[in-house]
Write a protein that binds this ligand. Structure first.
Ligand code: ZN
Ligand code: MN
Length: 259
């Protein structure tokens, strides 16, 4: 098996079914889960999916394994973390839909013989629907072991503090970092051509009450769709953050499941 174009790919979708079968025991199946969601005037709707997919592919190249095609739709964007459904373009699925889709994919791969799964999440609101999908998979009697990671949780406190050291106001919490410093930095590093740098703004809600409201009052959602200080984003921050996230995830897989 030398010289074929698919020797080096970690993308499951680029393999033949025989190549897939040959690789089942070589490492975990990564499942990236993103969203189709507004990310301000400077970033494409695909940000959460691009970041989750890139982390999954880079980690698979370090730790082994294959990356299943990403999920491009996520659980409903919320007013306080992504702006919610009022923004044109944000296209979401119900929690039950996401839970079933993740559950179906994992169950089918599991029937093929995949035993280890790494769910890489790129969209804040997806977390609990994904965890419930895995809970139900295990409750149904199907086997498998799972690492479930939202990428922002993999960034160390020291790196996070360094990134926000010179940002007035400091770190606002991940729910409020939507289209802000780190997502913009990751996209400047990963997809510079898709970032409209002239359109980058610092923004945020006029007020941020410690509870949520539905319908959400207009002054709790920034009109630009940017929730924080995106002008502080750099490709260097993106490169550094991505490297750490991939290293921590690859090391975690090795620690948990390595021989
Ligand atoms: Zn995002
Ligand atoms: Mn999101």
């Amino acid at each position: 098996m030398t010289g074929t174009e698919t020797d080096d790919t970690v993308r499951m979708a680029e393999l033949t079914w025989q190549e897939f079968e040959d690789r089942i025991d070589d490492g975990p199946a990564f499942v990236p889960i993103g969203s189709t969601e507004q990310h301000g005037p400077h970033l494409p709707l695909s940000v959460d999916t691009v970041i989750a997919s890139e982390i999954a592919e880079r980690t698979a190249r370090e730790a082994g394994g294959m990356v299943a095609p990403p999920l491009h739709y996520g659980y409903k964007s919320q007013p306080g973390s992504g702006g919610g459904p009022e923004f044109a373009s944000t296209t979401s699925v119900h929690g039950d839909t996401l839970r079933r889709q993740v559950g179906d994919i994992v169950a089918d791969l599991s029937r093929d013989g995949v035993r280890e799964f790494v769910i890489v999440n790129g969209h804040f609101e997806n977390e609990y629907a994904v965890r419930e999908a895995i809970d139900r998979h295990l409750e149904s009697g199907l086997d498998g072991r799972f690492v479930i990671a939202s990428w922002w949780d993999l960034l160390s406190t020291s790196t996070r503090e360094a990134i926000f050291e010179n940002v007035p106001g400091g770190f606002p919490g991940w729910e409020a970092e939507h289209a802000g410093v780190v997502e913009t930095s990751l996209m400047l590093y990963l997809r510079p051509d898709s970032v409209n740098e002239d359109a980058i703004v610092d923004d945020g809600p006029s007020r941020n009450p410690p509870y949520s409201m539905k319908p959400a009052p207009e002054d709790t959602i920034p009109h630009s769709g940017v929730f924080y200080k995106a002008t502080h984003a750099t490709a260097e921050v993106g490169e550094r953050g991505l490297a750490e996230v991939v290293e921590v995830l690859a090391n975690g897989i090795e620690d948990e499941w390595g021989a």
